[in-house]
Design a protein around this ligand. Structure first.
Ligand code: BTN
Length: 254
């Protein structure tokens, strides 16, 4: 149920309007349903919990109360849309650092701290009435109790609450993240994408690491040495073969 609405006219696009819900199935799905009515680019759907939160690659995103769950409606040029999900990782990590956790960005857009995941992004492209939209879903483990996550997730997850002594309110974290995301989106719309990806490369902690990447074609193990302007992860495997990976799940290995 919708419980509130907030406005911030100082924002360029993102977060000028925020709709707050107590519980939804998935904020991404709520936004998709809202696309059938009148909604403007930059609208943010924020929920206190999700009954069927979605992660990348069809995985579930456990969404108990305490966490921050939001989706942003965007209308980028379709050709430039794929890198948007990656670029959103930059403000995400910036927000977590602002609140005291030195998170790093794992390709494509996971925020991790000491090997544990703090936040993730699910970017989905949708057509409605001939307009291409991107729904950018962000989940941040702010104040949730890790015991409320499924046991297999607990081992690899952490939260701001666990890592920081001070309490960080979801409202504050949301505000800061949206401010940074609004800035990135405005630059993304006015700057050549190659330049934005250069910035992403500088922020991506995966480059230079030994990785094992689960892809649709199988597992690739080797050294991650670059991210292309189109957003693909480049890996040099142990037989000196180069792989351009457009989608996959990265694990850091020794
Ligand atoms: C991932 O790392 O697998 C992506 C997780 C994305 C989770 C967020 S929570 C808000 C939005 N709504 C969803 O159903 N998923 C995203």
């Amino acid at each position: 149920m919708k419980t509130g609405e907030f406005h911030n006219p100082a924002r360029k696009v993102i977060g000028r309007t925020i709709w707050h819900y107590d519980a939804v199935e998935s904020t991404n799905e709520t936004l998709k349903e809202l696309l059938d009515g009148e909604v403007t680019e930059g609208l943010v759907i924020w929920a206190d919990r999700q009954a069927a939160g979605k992660g990348r690659h069809g995985r579930a995103w456990a969404s108990p109360p305490g966490g921050l769950y939001l989706s942003i409606l965007l209308e980028p040029k379709e050709v430039h849309a794929p890198i948007l999900g990656l670029l959103a990782g930059m403000p995400l990590v910036k927000a977590l650092r602002h609140f005291g956790v030195f998170a790093t960005l794992k390709w494509p857009n996971d925020a991790i701290f000491q090997g544990r995941k703090l936040a993730g992004i699910l970017s989905e492209g949708v057509y409605r009435r001939e307009t291409y939209h991107v729904i950018l879903g962000v989940g941040i483990n702010t104040n949730l109790d890790l015991e409320r996550l499924p046991p297999d997730v607990q081992k690899y997850a952490t939260s701001l609450k666990r890592e920081v002594n001070l309490f960080v309110a979801n409202e504050e974290c949301l505000e800061y993240f949206l401010e940074q995301m609004d800035d990135v989106y405005s630059r993304y719309r006015n700057t050549p994408t190659a330049l934005m990806m250069k910035e992403y490369r500088g922020a991506c902690g995966t480059i230079g690491k030994r990785v094992s990447v689960e892809t649709a074609k199988g597992k690739v193990t080797g050294k991650a040495y670059d991210v292309t302007p189109a957003g693909a992860l480049m890996v040099l495997d142990d037989r000196d073969e180069r792989h351009e990976i457009v989608d996959g799940t990265v694990e850091y290995v020794s």
